[in-house]
Design a protein around this ligand. Structure first.
Ligand SMILES: Cc1ncc(COP(=O)(O)O)c(C=O)c1O
Length: 389
């Protein structure tokens, strides 16, 4: 039987069976509307409250600081537009980075059409921002800074703690947003210790269901809602709550939190092993992003360029062996343009099109790493001989 190796966990993860079970239960038995006054409604409302509590515990914040959304994209939109609209009278300047997810970059672009202007922080060859540049860009019109914690294509980890300190010191009115969609469940996020105002997470990256996420909104931080409606989620996200999704997210977080640190260490081991193997077997390959194992490298994402071979071709060759990887991010990999993240790192020419992202989960094994290494070595060597002919 053909082996199946799923190394595309940053695109999405397989939903845990325990999560599926509680979601089916909710749809089947606890289907009341949390806003209803009767027993069925109260039951559903209690379950939503428990899920909110789980998420709050994991982030070290308060329950009333969590608003459920339809996922990372909506959380980023609500955070960025919500903060910009509520601060309009104070200023119209936004700072973000050149390597954000499209749900941040395109949202900021929309705001530019409405009179806001943006500075996009550059990154070094490892995909890390320069805090000096951040310091220089902040002015008295800056209302929002949005910086991702972990990049989804190359796994670089930004110095968020220092960035927040700098921003708040220079302009205490700044609202600081963090896209933590790729960081949540992999890194320790303690909102007691980080002066972040808004933080986005998504369930389908942490073995939960698709179409559900949350936005942390610190008490006292004012943002404008994007939807008008029945006023659910304290008026910040109208619409009947996605109870199966919310409870599924709560369950995924509950399981995740039991052994997050161990799981991250384990994924890092897989990543380092695959990286070392590729370096040995295919020395011409190039790492995109920080050195695996270093403090600026997330434990679950490895991005490598196999120069001269198109990433797309490699994805399909590996698929023949049951190995699932992606070129850059899943959301942009169907579009033909090259990765804006790799371009920002200074990657050029054929290396831009030859990048492959491997992303790990605790369900992966060292045997899968060995199998992938064997097959990728074979495929790359074969393709190189064909190209050179
Ligand atoms: C860093 C980052 N932000 C935001 C998102 C969007 O999340 P969702 O798919 O839940 O809308 C993703 C998904 O790939 C991501 O990787």
């Amino acid at each position: 039987m053909k082996q199946e190796v799923y190394f595309d966990n940053s695109a999405t993860t397989r939903t845990r069976s325990e999560v599926i079970k509680v979601m089916v239960d909710v749809m089947d038995k606890y289907y009341g509307n949390p806003s209803s006054l009767h027993k069925k409604g109260i039951e559903a409302e209690k379950m939503v409250r428990e899920a909110r509590n789980r998420v709050a515990l994991a982030l070290h914040c308060k329950e009333d600081e969590i608003v459920f959304t339809s996922g990372g994209t909506e959380s980023n939109n609500l955070a960025i537009k919500g903060a910009a609209y509520s601060s309009r009278r104070r200023g119209n300047h936004i700072i973000t980075t050149a390597i954000e997810h499209p749900s941040v970059l395109n949202t900021v672009k929309q705001l530019e059409e409405q009179g806001f202007y943006t500075d996009y922080l550059k990154v070094d060859k490892n995909g890390i921002i320069d805090l000096e540049e951040l310091r220089n860009k902040i002015n008295d019109k800056t209302v929002l800074v949005s910086i991702m914690m972990v990049n989804n294509e190359i796994g670089s980890v930004q110095p968020i703690k220092d960035a927040v300190m700098i921003a708040k010191k220079l302009n205490p009115g700044i609202i600081f947003h963090v896209d933590a969609v790729q960081a949540f469940g992999k890194l320790d996020i303690n909102l007691n210790e980080l002066d972040i105002d808004l933080l986005s997470i998504s369930a389908h990256k942490i073995y939960g269901p698709k179409g559900i996420g949350a936005l942390f909104i610190r008490r006292g931080v004012k943002i404008k809602p994007l939807f008008g409606g029945g006023g659910q989620e304290k008026g910040l996200r109208s619409g009947t709550e996605n109870t199966p999704g919310i409870i599924g997210l709560g369950k995924a977080v509950e399981i995740l939190e039991k052994d997050r640190e161990k799981a991250s260490e384990y994924m890092n081991k897989l990543k380092v092993a695959l990286y070392n193997g590729i370096k040995t077997n295919l020395p011409e390959s190039i790492l995109n992003g920080p050195e695996p194992g270093s403090e600026y490298s997330a434990p679950h994402i490895l991005n490598i360029s196999f120069d001269g071979i198109k990433g797309e071709v490699l994805v399909h060759f590996l698929e023949e062996y049951g190995i699932y990887v992606s070129t850059g991010s899943a959301c942009s990999s169907r579009h033909s343009s090259s990765s804006h993240v790799l371009k920002a790192l200074g990657v050029k020419g054929t290396k831009l099109d030859g990048a492959i992202r491997f992303s790990f989960s605790p369900y992966n094994t060292m045997e899968e790493v060995d199998y992938t290494l064997e097959k990728i070595t074979k495929v790359v060597k074969e393709l190189r001989t064909i190209i050179r002919r």
